[in-house]
Write a protein that binds this ligand. Structure first.
Ligand code: UDP
Ligand code: UDP
Length: 468
């Protein structure tokens, strides 16, 4: 009788645009190709990228993961499409990818002799039917929280019932209308259309991956798994918080004295004395709010490392720091505050002993990095899924969220005095610090061999493996 052997599965990863999507896909590629899970991994890269940060990230990623195959796909331009003028460049990229995928994906999957496809949530409604046609298992990776995922999966039901108030997600809880991603208030918006189409497609996926761990948001994970949110929902694999990939290239860069020499600066600061401030890779604060934040950090008396963004897309960000932050600011905070417009390796920053609190916009990757490092979050969500994510860290006790603080599109600017007072009080909050350390330990247990996230990823790999 012929003996059967299990071959390492060949998995093709299909990420979407923006660091918030690329970074977790890179981490997933690293985990799947590691000796623990030993998969043969290919990562599709859609070019051109929207931002320089993405191009630099991809180069560093493939340099750090030589076993991961890079499949470059050049996207046809969408510049002349009239319905996209003025839309967010990242959403336009999602749309370009969605339109190009039906032609590009099948030959690519055949050439890679894939056993399974893992597609980004923004491509779900395109990728799932294509994979089905060729009998290829298709998994969808949701790059935000499981709580956001439950809202996402439930949203078509809410919309079909003509819902226009708060959303009560079965088994999970209420998402107030004021916490919806802003774009969803406009039915004609490109993002809304993608959101609904992708949400409707999910029940036909073979499984769903989320970069979270069970102990962080147990209700949402259980409600998704049990079909309480959407009946007949596919299996959910909680695989996080995925570890950041260590980049040799950026180490070399900082050794060469790159503009943001924040590591040396952090090394010189006392333990847990620094507030790390970042609003992610996708949005800039309005100038007036930027000025109040500068005033607040100055008045707090705390040390701070602040990554400032002056434009949505980094390639367009020509303003200099002095101009953005107001005359004399940089001089006044010299020594106590380090401000940069350059990319920082946030995973490393959050692991640095000098960092005491993270003032964050609550992009999910930022939150998973904070949780994994045990750094308490001062949550200031601004946009998209960030309020829902902020609720997750606040409920878990790993963060503090002043819910009245401004949200993009709402009136109101948070004043410097209020920012200063809140920063000081969160920096001094020992209870929060202790709780964040407990959550960090739970995250580490989930990821360690035998932990819930480790087993979840192993189960996914087992399902992808083919017997030959
Ligand atoms: N990031 C970074 N350095 C920066 C800005 C951002 O390393 O200067 C990383 C951050 O660590 C996270 C990702 O970029 O992994 C941003 O994703 P997130 O989901 O937090 O927010 P988004 O940028 O998508 O709003
Ligand atoms: N998202 C989605 N479909 C899309 C684009 C985004 O489901 O076509 C999700 C995304 O994973 C996140 C939320 O919607 O949960 C907001 O995404 P966005 O891209 O605006 O922010 P990001 O995650 O990049 O910070």
């Amino acid at each position: 009788m012929a003996s059967s052997t299990v071959r390492a599965p060949r998995i093709v990863l299909l990420p979407s645009a923006g660091m918030g999507h690329l970074a977790p896909f890179g981490r997933l590629a690293a985990a799947l190709s590691s000796s623990d899970h030993a998969c043969d991994v290919s990562l599709v890269t859609f070019l051109p990228t929207v931002s320089s940060a993405e191009s630099a990230h991809l180069d560093s990623l493939f340099a750090a993961l030589p076993a991961v195959r890079r499949i470059d796909v050049r996207l046809p331009p969408l510049d002349d499409a009239p319905d996209l003028s003025g839309a967010d460049p990242f959403y336009v990229h999602y749309e370009a990818t969605r339109r190009a995928t039906p032609l590009l994906l099948p030959p690519l999957l055949a050439a890679a002799r894939a056993d399974a496809l893992v597609a980004d949530i923004s491509l779900a409604s395109v990728a799932i039917p294509l994979a089905r046609e060729i009998n290829l298992p298709c998994y969808v990776f949701f790059t935000a929280s499981a709580t956001m995922f439950s809202f996402y999966a439930y949203f078509p039901t809410y919309r079909d019932a003509a819902g226009d108030g708060d959303a009560d997600v079965p088994g999970v809880g209420r998402v107030p209308r004021s916490s919806f991603p802003q774009a969803l208030h406009d039915r004609a918006n490109l993002f809304t259309q993608q959101f609904l189409a992708n949400g409707r497609s999910l029940p036909r996926a073979d499984g769903l991956l989320v970069n979270t761990f069970n102990a962080l948001e147990p209700e949402a994970v259980a409600a998704l798994w049990s079909g309480t949110v959407v009946p007949g929902f596919p299996p959910v694999f909680t695989v996080g918080p995925l570890n950041p990939v260590t980049f040799l290239a950026s180490r070399e860069q900082s050794a060469r004295g790159a503009p943001a020499d924040y590591t040396a600066w952090l090394d010189a600061q006392p333990e847990r004395s620094v507030v790390y401030v970042s609003f992610g890779s996708r949005k800039a604060l309005a100038p007036e709010q930027l000025g109040e934040l500068a005033g607040g950090l100055e008045a707090s008396g705390c040390r701070f490392l602040w990554v400032v963004k002056g434009a949505v897309v980094d390639r367009d960000d020509g303003a200099d720091l002095g101009e953005l932050l107001g005359e004399g600011f940089l001089e006044r905070v010299q020594g106590r505050g380090m401000v940069t417009k350059a990319w920082v390796e946030q995973g490393d920053v959050l692991k640095h002993p000098a960092v005491g609190v993270f003032l964050s916009h609550c992009g999910w990757n930022s939150l998973t990095e904070a949780v994994a490092s045990g750094v308490p979050v001062l949550a200031w969500p601004r946009f998209a899924d960030q309020r829902v994510n902020a609720g997750v860290v606040a409920r878990a006790g790993a963060g503090a969220w002043v819910e009245a603080w401004s949200w993009e599109g709402e009136e109101g600017v948070v004043k410097a005095e209020e920012i200063a007072e809140t920063v000081r009080s969160v920096m001094a909050d020992e209870t929060l610090r202790t709780k964040a350390a407990t959550v960090r330990d739970a995250a580490a247990r989930a990821m360690a061999g035998g932990g819930t996230s480790y087993r979840s990823l192993a189960e996914l790999v087992r399902r992808c493996a083919t017997v030959t």
